[in-house]
Design a protein around this ligand. Structure first.
Ligand code: SF4
Length: 705
């Protein structure tokens, strides 16, 4: 823990979904190399920061910032840029209809930005084609939560990972991707007389295995087989909670029947999952023997063509044992981005409405429309990330606004995404960085305020809303995203609907919309922050971290959900989901290896910020491909050699790292490098665009190469 700056402001880290509190010095002028420290009062991190968080100050440099608006590569004033944007937007709508317009956002946006973007698109432009890079991050969990709980709710909190007697990490390198949470788990293990049993389930041995009692190097894509087997084993060994099943769930028998089909016994599970029978049984006994069990998962589960089923296979086992939303006993999804949760709250995905209202309920659409006084309210979901960019390619979408994300690097089949943007009649990119690979495809570039310059809220993985506060003036002519969007709304003729003067105005409206179920005719919903709807500007400014729901001003928030066994399905009971075996992309003779992609410890997304801190670049200084010694030997590849990794979509040249941390037949590459910092390391140009049928989340974990 570094020392707190003497005069500091409390804000929240800009990177991962842990949502750590940060203290930063108050600065009147933009400064360089600002020293930040962990906020010892923030309940997510209690003063801890990881390498990325502690280097935040080092990234606050003017070099590489997008400083002023540009049209077709030439500097313009804000007025000129917004006039041009609105002119093209109106022309596109007039000629091709509102559905020819799309917005692709980011889990980096603040809740207030997200709210205004969603309102503008779904209520006023009349297009639901607004999706975000959260589709690449959390969509499978959203779909899984809704199927099981009737709503997208994370039942537990971070403390549960410390209270558990058995902690299962599935498809999550927590040590690198949620480092402060991992520090909390490790510290709790060291404090406890009887530490928790820890199981890590991952095709790749990662640093998270350092605390594991049991590591299951599972065959990629077979997680559902393993958890279906657990459901069968629990039933056979009398370990299900019959009273809970009766009172609080439905569909157990069907889910169990289906689980018998895929995973009738430990031998079958072990064979299909590539594990030993002893290890599988050991895992099942650990789960069964510990009342306090938390199963936490991340992108290894979500980024899969069967991601939603994997989520429900896990939740099924927790429902069978009545372990949902109890202290130290719950399923728990680890969100990737700093505000993927906030985006979900305001309906940031193409298939969501604001405030967890639903497209499939006509009443919900009507409520949002009435609340917004929306002239062009959409009536059905729009296109999701992969399809949305395909629609750009086909010409169905002719105007796209990309905010705070870099899909030319991060989307699967990324070369095709780039080609689509290059032929799109209008591409607007708002970002704080220039140039990015996506920015190079832009007709209009808008400089956005970055972390330290903008004000608003974010929600972390445990439903905790925290303030991100401004402590420096914007660089160049940068503006806040909510303000840019509001100005476009006003120029389209909706002055009253977009009359926000400050982010607090937006937040209050968002909170009021969430409180619509104070209306006796409305159905009860999980997301409710009505207790924050009347905050004064000063109270908003001083808002301390709090977990939703909070329904009144005296409410202190909600640590856990569903402990009473009541859910938001029509019956009020949680729903078991029968899980079948799915066949994902397989290795072939032409493409005999399976490519897994992911993050490394010290970089974030496409490195536009983290690469500005020299010490973060020292951890891994170039793009690499991890491969097993047997696969290297059979191809005559030496350690550190340059290798070409190729799929039917694209290719990339990377430095070989030979390691038995990856299994034979599998390779791993980080997702961060871009054409801006490495001509050859852009791995998502290799990744296939297969998606999950329910969540439409791309499978970035198993491309045949
Ligand atoms: Fe930031 Fe995540 Fe690190 Fe916390 S764990 S400091 S939120 S990157």
């Amino acid at each position: 823990m570094t020392e707190c700056p003497p005069q500091s402001i409390q804000t929240t880290c800009a990177y991962c979904g842990v949502g750590c509190g940060v203290r930063a010095p108050v600065a009147k002028e933009a400064e360089q190399l600002i020293a930040v420290a962990g906020d010892e009062t923030h309940p997510a991190n209690y003063g801890r920061l990881c390498s990325k968080g502690s280097a935040l100050g080092e990234t606050l440099i003017d070099e590489g910032r997008l400083l002023y608006p540009q049209i077709n590569g030439y500097r313009s004033s804000w007025d000129q840029a917004l006039d041009e944007l609105v002119k093209r937007l109106k022309q596109t709508i007039e000629e091709y209809g509102p559905e020819s317009v799309a917005l692709y956002g980011s889990g980096q946006l603040l809740t207030e930005d997200y709210y205004v973007a969603n309102k503008l698109m779904k209520g006023f432009i009349g297009s639901a084609n607004i999706d975000t890079n959260s589709r690449l991050c959390m969509a499978s969990t959203v779909a899984g939560h809704k199927r099981a709980f009737g709503t997208d709710t994370v039942p537990g909190c971070y403390e549960d990972l410390e209270l558990a007697d058995c902690l299962i990490l599935v498809g999550s390198n927590t040590a690198w991707c949620h480092p402060v949470l991992f520090q909390r788990i490790r510290a709790s293990q060291e404090r406890r007389v009887k530490p928790a049993k820890v199981v890590v389930i991952d095709p790749r041995r990662t640093d998270s295995c350092d605390i594991a009692d049991l590591f299951l190097p599972i065959r990629p894509g077979t997680d559902s087989i393993l958890f279906n087997g657990l459901l069968v084993w629990l039933a056979l060994h009398g370990k299900v909670d019959d009273a809970y099943l009766e009172q609080s769930t439905q569909g157990f028998a069907d889910a169990l029947d289906k689980a018998y089909e895929t995973s009738p016994d430990i031998g079958t599970v072990a064979e299909k999952c590539g594990l030993s029978e002893v290890d599988v049984e050991c895992f099942y006994r650990m789960f069964a023997d510990h009342e306090k069990t938390v199963t936490a998962w991340s992108q290894g589960v979500n980024q899969s063509s069967a991601g939603t089923d994997k989520v429900n296979a896990i939740i099924n086992c927790h429902l069978a044992t009545g372990r949902v939303g109890l202290p130290g006993s719950t399923p728990f999804s680890l969100t990737g981005q700093p505000n993927a949760m906030g985006g979900r709250e305001v309906g940031g995905l193409a298939n969501q409405l604001a405030a967890h209202l639903e497209f499939h309920r006509p009443d919900d659409i009507e409520r949002v429309s009435r609340f917004w006084q929306a002239p062009n309210m959409v009536q059905q979901p729009g296109l999701t990330a992969v399809d949305l960019l395909r629609a750009v390619e086909s010409g169905e979408i002719r105007f796209i606004w990309i905010m705070g994300t870099n899909p030319v690097v991060s989307m699967p089949d990324a070369d095709r995404v780039k080609a689509a943007l290059q032929i799109c009649p209008t591409v607007v990119v708002s970002d704080c960085i220039a140039p990015t690979d996506t920015g190079q495809c832009a007709d209009i570039l808008l400089p956005a305020a970055g972390w330290s310059e903008k004000d608003g809220t974010v929600t972390n993985s445990e439903r905790r809303i925290s303030r991100q506060r401004r402590f420096r003036p914007p660089t160049g002519e940068a503006r806040a995203d909510w303000a840019i969007l509001s100005e476009v709304g006003r120029r389209l003729g909706h002055a009253e609907a977009f009359a926000y003067q400050c982010p607090a105005d937006v937040f209050r409206e968002h909170a009021r919309l969430s409180a619509l179920d104070n209306d006796p005719e409305a159905r009860p919903r999980d997301f409710h922050i009505g207790g924050l709807a009347e905050l004064s500007d000063q109270e908003y400014d001083q808002l301390q971290p709090v977990q939703w729901p909070l329904r009144s001003r005296t409410d202190n928030g909600t640590q856990r959900m569903f402990a009473d066994g009541k859910f938001y399905t029509p019956s009020g009971k949680a729903q078991f989901v029968p899980i079948q075996e799915t066949i994902s992309a397989q290795a072939t003779e032409a493409y005999p290896l399976l490519l897994n992609t992911g993050r490394i410890r010290d970089q974030w997304h496409t490195m536009t910020r983290t690469a500005l801190a020299p010490r973060l670049n020292r951890h891994k200084d170039e793009p690499f491909l991890e491969l097993n010694p047997a696969d290297a030997a059979s191809r005559g590849i030496n350690d550190k050699a340059l290798v070409t990794v190729r799929s039917s979509y694209g290719q990339s040249v990377l430095r070989a790292t030979i390691t038995d941390q990856v299994q034979p037949g599998q390779v791993f590459a980080p997702m961060h490098w871009t054409a801006q910092n490495s001509q050859t390391g852009r791995i998502c140009s290799v990744a296939h665009p297969e998606v999950d049928p329910y969540s439409l989340q791309p499978d970035l974990k198993r491309t045949p190469v």
